[in-house]
Design a protein around this ligand. Sequence first.
Ligand code: GRF
Length: 202
Amino acid sequence: KSIVILISGRGSNMTALLDAVASGELPLRVAAVISNRADAGGLAVAAAAGVPTCVLEHRGFASRADFDAALAERIDAFAPDLVVLAGFLRILGDDFVNHFAGRLLNIHPSLLPAFPGLDTHRRALAEGVRVHGCTVHFVTPALDHGPIIVQAAVPVVDGDDEDSLAARVLAAEHRVYPLAVRWWAEGRLHLESGRVRVDSSP
Ligand code: GRF
């Protein structure tokens, strides 16, 4: 099986996935890493790991729909079984999401359904929550509301600021994203009427 990973920035979640592939923990091939920004730091990391990379800048397109269509075409050229969003900071339209229905994953830096959208760590601190975390989910047209695959919780501690909390959550992201993708690669992940079932290890 193969996956395509979409990034926009430093790509630390992408790196966690590539590392898991390299160590044999994640039995699949990364067909390509695609970024919507030419300056995404993760591109160099992917290239150094021998993974094909490409850039598709959204700026060059007249509309969101045009960009989405071009992106879908670019992804389809690699014929991946799964598309993994890893810090991809563009909202994808319904046509795109429906085209990849059931084979599009995202990681979000909060315990959904709390704090969908942006600035999750700042909002978590503002609300005074004592537990925060991250969520891996299937992507559906409703932003950050797709079926949940796995979550990891981290404590919020006294004196935390956005950076310290983000770093703690990010470490958890790097654990659970490879885990969720491994469940998928092992055929253990099932979507049934909008809910996820994970079969136990064979
Ligand atoms: C992560 O916190 C991810 O959850 C969010 O954006 C950040 C991306 O970081 N969507 P990276 O590019 O994977 O390092």
